[in-house]
Design a protein around this ligand. Structure first.
Ligand code: UD1
Ligand code: CA
Length: 465
């Protein structure tokens, strides 16, 4: 097969988005649109991928780093002008060049592969990915001759009434013979309604030169979506969500209500895991098999091992061990690590804290900057006091320790294996292994005093009325 290259158009500002963020960096399925597009062409065999940057160049470059090559389009004079900026890098190459817009995140790899094959089989100079739209407004129309062959593409604003009635649209994805592409671009002018150098004019130039032009029509409307405004962005998001959910369903994941489940690109989920509604699984998340996730779990950049349960909770940058349970209403912040069979219950916040196998923090606790051993019980309302307003300090707790309810562990502090901190204790010194720590007033009961104190309070109220 011929060498395959790609040019990704990403220099436009995207005015219709009305955004501070450059259009192609807007995420769909948790990943910038242009990130999807680059991944698609690379998977479809692109050996050299050139991203045309202009508006937001630094941000686009920061996103991809060295993974692609860049050509700068200083002024946005149109898509044809944009592609020409890659001439210095690719002009001397022999092969096939995919040209694709950074705002079409739903094109499928399989479609590009099929286009490349058709393009090669027919010896075409250009193969255009088209689609049929009931409402083609805004898109370029693919004009075919009586023989059905593609003759040219006319932009919406340049259409005659007959052309405007054509429903076959240009998706903005093409395969070109690389040399012929750059030759033809030299002949493109800007004499049109928008005063731009249109890439689409290359098709008409090829036609005049008697070159073979192929149309490849997709029946998946999602592939054709070019995101120009937030309406299309929301539409793309919906299609992406459906596509991602469907893949997980086919892989053996139960999703109770796919319409109410948001799984970003790249998330992995094992079979027989059940996802309840309202759940958001953000990128960088890996979930094992036989887990129960949700309802209302928001999990980002975390790994969750087999058989774990997470309900009504927020989990970020955390590792959840096998068979552990989290929630309802827990907040696990970055650096949380739970071993096997741990329990983190309601209204518990963990940050930069490790809980070894079998440890439990069942209710109303804050544990920050801590290393906790195996089978520790952390009582209701017990907390680590890790911060003095300037510095963070570490709490260490050994295996089998018992931390009573409402204890305050003032860090830095170490509680030894099997130690016992009684309820209500404020721990300010280390507790050696096996010791009991108690720091609270001894209780005094005054017989019959309850009635006496009530009578006194009642009298005070009557005096002030
Ligand atoms: C383009 C096509 C149209 C097609 C549609 C599909 C042209 C002339 N028109 O129109 O036929 O139906 O896509 O979505 O090609 N860009 C640059 N530099 C520029 C101009 C644009 O890099 O000077 C980039 C944009 O960032 C964007 C892409 O090219 O990613 C497409 O540009 P856009 O202005 O969205 O083109 P459309 O009007 O949608
Ligand atoms: Ca567009």
């Amino acid at each position: 097969m011929k060498k395959v290259m790609a040019i990704v158009l990403a220099a436009g500002q995207g005015k219709r988005m009305k955004s501070k963020l450059y259009k192609v960096l807007h995420p769909v399925g948790g990943k910038p649109m242009v990130g999807h597009v680059v991944d698609i062409v690379k998977e479809a065999a692109s050996e050299r991928t050139v991203v045309i940057v202009g508006h937001g160049a630094d941000m686009v470059k920061a996103h991809f780093g060295e993974a692609v090559e860049y050509a700068l389009q200083e002024q946005q004079l149109g898509t044809g002008h944009a592609v020409r900026q890659a001439e210095e890098l690719l002009g001397q190459e022999e092969g096939t060049t995919i040209v694709i817009c950074g705002d079409t995140p739903l094109v499928q790899v399989s479609t590009i592969e099929a286009m490349l094959k058709l393009h090669a089989d027919r010896g075409a100079a250009a193969t255009v990915l088209s689609a049929s739209f009931d409402n083609p407004a805004g898109y370029g129309r693919v004009i075919r001759g009586e023989d059905g062959a593609v003759q040219r593409i006319v932009e919406h604003k340049d259409c005659s009434p007959e052309e405007a009635a054509v429903k076959e649209i240009n998706t903005g994805t093409y395969c070109f013979d690389n040399r012929k592409l750059f030759d033809a671009l030299g002949k493109v002018t800007n004499g049109n309604a928008q005063g731009e150098y249109y890439l689409t004019d290359v098709i008409g130039i090829f036609k005049e030169a008697g070159e073979v032009i192929q149309g490849y029509c997709t029946d998946d409307v999602a592939e054709a979506i070019g995101v120009n405004d937030r309406v299309a962005l929301a539409e793309a998001e919906r299609f992406m969500k459906e596509r991602i959910n469907r893949q997980h369903l086919l892989n053996g994941v139960t999703i109770i209500d796919p319409a109410a489940t948001y799984i970003e690109a790249g998330v992995q989920i094992g079979s027989d895991t059940v996802i309840y509604p309202g759940t958001i699984l953000r990128s960088g998340t890996v979930i094992g098999s036989d887990c129960i996730i949700g309802p209302q779990a928001d999990i980002a950049n975390s790994s969750v091992a087999d058989g774990a349960t997470i309900a009504h909770s927020v989990v970020a940058g955390s590792v959840i061990g096998e068979e552990s349970s989290v929630g309802p209403y827990a907040n696990l912040r970055p650096g949380t690590k739970l071993g096997k069979g741990c329990k983190v219950g309601d209204f518990v916040e963990l940050k930069n804290a490790t809980l070894d196998d079998g440890s439990k923090v069942s209710h109303l606790s804050y544990i920050g900057d801590a290393k906790i051993g195996k089978d520790v019980n952390f009582g209701c309302g017990a907390i680590t006091v890790n911060y003095d307003g300037y510095n963070k300090f570490i709490t260490e707790i050994g295996d089998n320790a018992f931390i009573g309810s409402n204890a305050n562990l003032i860090a830095p502090v170490t509680i030894g294996d099997g130690a016992y901190v009684v309820a209500g204790t404020t721990v300010t010194q280390d507790v050696p292994a096996g010791d009991l720590a108690i720091a609270r007033e001894r209780q005094v009961n005054k017989p019959g005093y309850a009635d006496k104190i009530r009578a006194r309070a009642k009298a005070k109220k009557e005096r002030t009325q």
